[in-house]
Design a protein around this ligand. Structure first.
Ligand SMILES: [Zn+2]
Length: 70
């Protein structure tokens, strides 16, 4: 992963931390839009793990987000 790609993943992380249906091109293959999947940790219910991934090349990046009570 070169630094340019790292910057793009960080940008994607910012977008997806706000919007699970964020619109961002995969930084690795630049062919597909990234998708996201949320998972809650049973051990730590206040933590949300949001994995952003590319359906084409399989690149993935996991965000750890804090859940807030509604
Ligand atoms: Zn990709």
């Amino acid at each position: 992963m070169n630094s340019n790609k790292t910057i793009k993943w960080v940008e994607a992380g910012k977008i997806f931390s706000r919007d699970p249906k964020g619109d961002f091109q995969c930084p690795e293959c630049e062919l597909h839009k990234l998708q996201s999947e949320d998972r809650y940790s049973e051990a730590n219910p206040r933590e949300l793990q949001r994995t952003i991934f590319c359906p084409g090349c399989g690149a993935r990046y996991t965000l750890r987000l804090r859940r807030y009570d509604k």
